[in-house]
Write a protein that binds this ligand. Structure first.
Ligand code: 6PG
Length: 620
């Protein structure tokens, strides 16, 4: 309410979006004679307004019975307000307060409205400022006014906030809303994202518990304290920009979760920034893609245990469930541990994908896609089940016209960096994760398409004469072998980080939360969950060792066949090489040591002396 020109309609329209109730403008309910009178510059009297107020009052009763509404109405006098509210149980009065000069100035700028500046004086004469309700000074931006109204209204505050409505942010938001939480969502309204919030809200208008914001302060004040919010934006420098903007607006004890694929070292730095502001920061890996985010992802939160307690209920409720019905979200450890293990998850993901790509290439030599899909289905029905195998079957079956879509896809693999981060971390920690590096390099090599095409022409387009007959049982064993080594290398990388950074990671729990919801979910993960309860790595697990020993021959056969066909087998080869090295009591590293000592006097240890002693030889 407020005099004409105070901005009622604009503010009411905005408020209605925030409150997710319809907006009505009392001006549209005036009978024609009132409009004519005002257009003639004559003020309305009580009598003129009587029927108009009665109509509005009846409507208000109906609107309240429906779902509530925001009405923009001058409601200048106390008796008008009594009429307006007689059919409703609960009215929030909001008085928009502005000086005569300010409003006159605004009215003069307003074109095509029947209410001219001449009537303003009579409006001020009629105005009886209410002694109740929310009073807001109109000499501020509409966003600030709405923000102030929202924070003063006795409405339920949201229990959780999601910042960023990209694919993952939108899906997680709906997941949270499905669990019954009052949720605020925010997305900036600039840079081509002007309509993101509006479109999200209208596409999901059935959710009355989602409240959308494009104004950051309003978003923040819509959250109950301590505020809990999940940031779902592209990893990288944008995260720092957002946190620098956000932290000063928050209060001590508020909890901010970065749910993107941030690098664990950046997460470590962000903890320090958060600490300066007294904010509880959580770096959470979230896996499962769009579908996982919507229906139940695997969540890997890292930070202090105390901060996690504040958000555990919400995070655990939106996560996937394991085979025993337990949530696929567990506290991982301090600092950047959550993002570290998400990074390793992605490294394992790269290898699982590459292994399947290698097997597909090999099988394509002797089978069509339908046959390969049938074989994969057979594998997937057994212990080799994995989500990635499952989607590979569906990809193989996908047709476009008479052909297969897969044949039309350019063979240049992209990446967003997490695989290479895993490799770099492994280099830094001194851990041989040869399969992840091979998978990353295989993607890099694929991107050199032009060179490959040129070189292939010179080699006669990669033709070969030998006929291939792959033993399918051997191939299944080789695939399983590669996967076991992949998981061994991935878990060893986490084990090393856990020791170096003092994270005390629980590998059984990590395997458990990766048994569903995430991209690398598989039956193997369930086995590892059990085995890791008593074992530290896969080479300590008898079941794993037996298989690796038994199936080594199959890997060798498959690899020699594949090489015969000039097929690239980056990951399978790396798995076999790793196995050979790890099961060889003597490697050729003695020569490396001799060379190092020869040219640089780097010294060497001897087999006939204690390892603590170092020797140097004058080789010349
Ligand atoms: C997940 C995925 C997800 C993302 C990959 C893709 O767990 O949901 O890992 O995080 O799809 O990071 O990575 P690339 O673009 O590097 O293949």
């Amino acid at each position: 309410m407020g005099v004409s020109g105070c901005g009622k309609s604009t503010i009411a329209r905005e408020l209605s979006k925030h409150l997710k109730v319809p907006f009505f403008d009392a001006d549209s309910y005036h009978p024609q004679e009132n409009i004519d009178k005002m257009s003639d510059g004559k003020p309305l009297n009580d009598e003129d307004r009587a029927s108009w107020l009665e109509i509005l009052s009846e409507n208000l009763g109906q609107w309240e019975a429906d779902q509530g509404a925001v009405l923009a109405c001058s409601a200048l006098k106390e008796k008008y307000r009594e009429t307006l509210s007689k059919n409703v149980e609960k009215v929030h009065w909001v008085y928009l307060d502005g000086s005569y000069e300010l409003i006159m100035n605004r009215i003069n700028q307003r074109k095509g409205h029947y209410m001219s500046g001449r009537l303003l004086e009579s409006q001020f004469q009629a105005l009886e400022i209410p002694q109740y309700g929310i009073h807001v000074d109109i000499d501020q931006s509409p966003e600030e006014i709405v923000d102030q109204i929202m924070s003063n209204m006795e409405i339920k505050k949201s229990e959780f906030g999601v910042f960023g409505l990209g694919v993952m942010g939108s899906s997680i938001s709906l997941n949270v809303a499905d669990k019954g939480y009052e949720l605020s969502v925010y997305n900036r309204a600039e840079g081509g994202e002007e309509h993101v919030v509006d479109e999200f809200l209208s596409a999901n208008s059935e959710y009355k518990n989602i409240h959308g914001f494009t104004d950051l302060k309003a978003f923040i004040s819509s959250l109950s304290r301590p505020r809990k919010m999940l940031i779902m934006i592209k990893a990288g420098p944008t995260v720092d920009l957002v946190l620098n903007q956000l932290f000063p607006l928050l209060e001590k004890g508020d909890i901010v979760i970065d749910g993107g694929n941030s690098h664990y070292m950046n997460t470590k730095k962000r903890f320090e920034l958060a600490r300066e502001f007294g904010i509880e920061f959580i770096g959470a890996g979230i896996s499962g893609g769009e579908e996982g985010a919507r229906k139940g992802p695997s969540i890997m939160p890292g930070g202090t245990r105390e901060s996690y307690q504040h958000v555990s209920q919400i995070l655990e409720s939106i996560a996937a469930r394991d085979d025993f019905g337990k949530t696929c979200c567990t506290y991982i450890g301090p600092g950047g541990s959550g993002h570290f293990i998400k990074m390793v998850h992605n490294g394992i993901e790269y290898v699982e994908m590459q292994l399947l790509a290698e097997i597909y290439a090999l099988l394509s030599k002797q089978m069509n896609y339908e046959e390969i899909a049938t074989l994969f289905k057979d594998w997937n029905d057994g212990p080799a089940y994995s989500y990635l195998l499952d989607i590979t079957i569906r990809i193989l079956e996908k047709k476009e016209g008479d052909g297969y879509l897969l044949d039309l896809i350019l063979d240049k693999a992209g990446n967003k960096g997490t695989g290479s981060w895993s490799s770099k971390a492994a280099f830094d920690l001194g851990i041989p994760n040869t399969m992840m590096s091979s998978a990353v390099f295989a993607r890099y090599i694929s991107s050199f398409k032009e060179t490959r095409v040129e070189m292939a022409l010179e080699k006669g387009a990669g033709k070969n004469d030998s006929t291939l007959k792959i033993d399918l049982k051997s191939l299944e064993k080789a695939y399983n072998f590669g996967r076991l080594i992949n998981h061994q290398q991935g878990f060893k990388l986490m084990e090393s980080a856990s020791k170096v950074y003092g994270w005390d990671l629980n590998f059984s729990e990590i395997a458990r939360i990766w048994s569903n919801g995430c991209i690398i979910k598989s039956h193997l993960m369930n086995e590892l969950h059990e085995e890791f309860k008593t074992k530290q790595d896969l080479f300590q697990m008898n079941t794993v060792l037996e298989v690796l020993n038994k199936d080594e021959k199959s890997v060798k056969d498959i690899l020699s066949n594949a090489l015969d066909q000039r097929l690239s087998m980056h990951c399978l080869t790396a798995s076999y090489q790793y196995w050979i090295d790890m099961t060889s009591s003597r490697l050729s590293a003695n020569l490396i040591q001799a060379q190092r000592d020869f040219f640089g006097a780097h010294t060497y240890q001897r087999i006939d002396a204690p390892e603590s002693e170092y020797f140097h030889t004058n080789w010349l």
